[in-house]
Design a binder for this molecule. Structure first.
Ligand code: SAH
Length: 349
């Protein structure tokens, strides 16, 4: 890549002209560039996600949403909404499972990458596409899913310095990008109870994630429905940086070649639950992916599939274990469920 096409060059010029940029700015631009480029998913790509590992993941999400919808009164019209649907695999598997319960929602996929929209349309030909939630219909409940979507949204890092809290900015030193405290006081950006910390303490927040959950919760409160956010993250607030880059299944330096690796951060589910509740949605719980999938019967379902296709039994088993075992995705990944006021409790929570 050369000239304007090289994001590192653009950042370097911007920083030279106007000074350091925030880490959130760096992450947002780098990921927009990264996802616009090509399909990063799967064994031949940079990382593998749960729906690409096993069809059971999307199917159980579809079953969970169908169960919520049925118990809430089977209202129509009803909308399946997915944020950042990747290759469209989860949507395809979930919609197939929903159909068995008589649920055939309109399909709305929120995606900014043209390359991925193409794959999603092939997987779900009936889908309507949106760059954000703004034009998703307001009439009828929404059944919303976001898997590994929030972790791709920009985080802001605040660091406790001798002179108070500062935002982590990206600047250039000896030709390389580095993070460094900015000059503007940022104490007001932290809740009172988290401000007293030792010098050097770092706290991540994500206004972009909070904005999404705020909007979804508002939709649930106003039009009914339920939502599942699945991502890696923690249930209790934590200190320290989780900002990282992954390329070809390996962690790499997030400050090298921006736009060519997936930049992510762990999701702070505790704060997001607060946001959802404050906006009038029901928080049904946040549990580990392993516990949730087990509670929904993934083991029995995998066995049944194995019986009808014995030649695939081993592959089915190993895929399921990747999703649920504590040393694989089972513990680190969490499922947060929200619903409209008046909607029932969710299975497995
Ligand atoms: N959910 C999929 C893909 C996860 S990768 C799976 O589980 O396989 C992240 C997805 O979010 C990609 O589809 C990416 O293009 C999309 N995405 C990232 N940032 C986005 C944004 N700001 N708005 C909409 N989609 C975004």
């Amino acid at each position: 890549m050369t000239g304007e096409r090289n994001l590192a060059e653009i950042f370097r010029r911007l920083i030279a002209t106007t000074g350091p940029i925030s880490l959130a700015h760096y992450m947002a631009e780098a990921n927009a560039r990264y996802y616009a480029g090509a399909d990063p998913l799967g064994a031949g790509g940079d990382f593998v996600t749960a729906p690409e590992i096993s069809q059971l993941f999307g199917e159980l999400i579809g079953v969970w949403l169908a169960d919520m919808w049925l118990r809430a009164g089977s209202e129509v019209p009803v909308h399946y909404v997915e944020l950042g649907p990747g290759r469209g695999t989860l949507a395809r598997d979930a919609l197939r499972a929903m159909k068995r319960f008589g649920l055939e929602p309109q399909v709305h996929l929120v995606e900014t990458s043209a390359a991925l929209r193409k794959l999603q349309l092939a997987a779900v030909p009936a889908a309507q596409f949106h760059p954000d939630l703004t034009n998703v219909p307001f009439e009828g409940p929404i059944l919303l899913v976001a898997n590994e979507f929030l972790d791709a949204l920009p985080v802001r890092q605040l660091i406790c310095t001798h002179g108070g809290w500062r935002e982590v900015m990206v600047t250039v030193e000896c030709g390389r990008f580095v993070g460094a405290p900015g000059s503007t006081p940022m104490d007001a950006a932290l809740p009172e109870e988290r401000r007293r910390q030792a010098e050097g303490t770092l706290i991540e927040t994500s206004p972009a994630q909070a904005a999404i959950v705020h909007e979804v919760a508002g939709r649930l409160a106003e039009q009914g429905g339920a939502a599942l956010f699945v991502d890696y993250g923690h249930v209790e607030p934590r200190n320290g940086s989780t900002f990282q880059a992954v390329r070809r299944h390996e962690k790499v330096d997030p400050f090298e070649n921006p736009g060519t690796a997936d930049l992510t951060a762990h999701v702070d589910f505790a704060s997001l639950a607060q946001v959802a509740k404050a906006r009038g949605a029901r928080w049904l719980g946040t549990v580990s992916q392993g516990d949730w999938l087990r509670a929904l019967g993934i083991e029995a379902r995998s066995e049944a599939l194995g019986r009808s296709a014995p030649q695939h039994r081993e592959a089915l088993d190993s895929a399921m274990h990747r999703l649920i075992e504590a040393d694989q995705m089972g513990e680190l990944f969490k499922v947060m469920a929200l619903a409209a006021p008046g909607w029932p409790d969710g299975a497995g929570l």
